[in-house]
Design a protein around this ligand. Sequence first.
Ligand code: NAG
Ligand code: NAG
Length: 314
Amino acid sequence: MLSIQFIIILLLSSVAFSLKIATSLQWIEHTPQPYAIKNFYKGSTSATLTSGGVANLGSDKSVDLAANAETQGLKQYASHKNIRLIYMICEASYRIVANKKSGIKDLKDLKGKKIGTIPGTSAGVFISRMMNSVGVKEYTTVSGNVCMKAPCGSGTFPAMMSGKQIDAFGVWEPAVELGAKALGDDAVIFQNGSIYREMYALYTTTDKLNDPAKRKDIVEFVKALNRTLDVFNNKPESVYQFVANEVGSDAKVIADVWEDHKWSGRWGDDLLDLLVDEDKYLATQDKRASATKADLEKFLDTSIIEEISGTQSK
Ligand SMILES: *[C@@H]1O[C@H](CO)[C@@H](O)[C@H](O)[C@H]1NC(C)=O
Ligand SMILES: *[C@@H]1O[C@H](CO)[C@@H](O)[C@H](O)[C@H]1NC(C)=O
């Protein structure tokens, strides 16, 4: 019979040695990770998701991986130069929904209006980019909460819009979808993925990449993610309910916003320039120096993807 001490040691070591991943557990973009762990991950230890993000890589040595939008990645890279972006999980084309009753037909009609968003996040960057694209600087941003499922309570953007506290809002899904549904025919949508799209990525540190045992499990996790994205891209109807359960939403709403999410698994040549540009904006906001292009080139590490491409048969 196993002694209780032995069982405790076993439990402790399995926690200590498991692949620890810090991620928001609330957003659609994070869901390939639980799916990958449940269905495909074959590392030397278990993999566990903990609530958090890329900031935890800098503050907690037990965290091996983290997932977040590029915005948080850049903010952390500014003071933790050992952080690396290693895999692109999702590119999400955010949307603004506006109320036609506020006299809004075009994006530039948001001049002088109240726009709901979450400052200091990718949603804040999105609003700034969209408004810059039409040369409008005069508008007020209003903070609020997202909503994952109707009915949306007070303090959430869809409720604030129905209550006329804001004229429009822009944030990640499915809040925009729920806001649009609440407005019905009065809703007008603005979206342009080349002006802004969220780059929801997987991060680690050079220390983890240089640790051979850890690196092996990181490779296994990315392989599992790659198989997951295949399912997310090619059999989406098989995962709507899973995704809805993970984030506390409805499968129907998840299906409706699916096309705004690209489960890319890799990044294009334009990513570096997008990051250079975004970091300039964030540096001003955070009152720090912006990273150079050469510096941000180091932030992007393709070695894990290359390793997988070399070893995976399909
Ligand atoms: C998106 O923005 C780009 C860059 O401003 C512009 O060239 C393009 O026409 C826009 N696309 C749409 C569909 O509005
Ligand atoms: C991921 O899987 C796809 C097939 O779904 C494959 O074509 C692609 O090369 C894989 N990517 C990597 C980085 O291994």
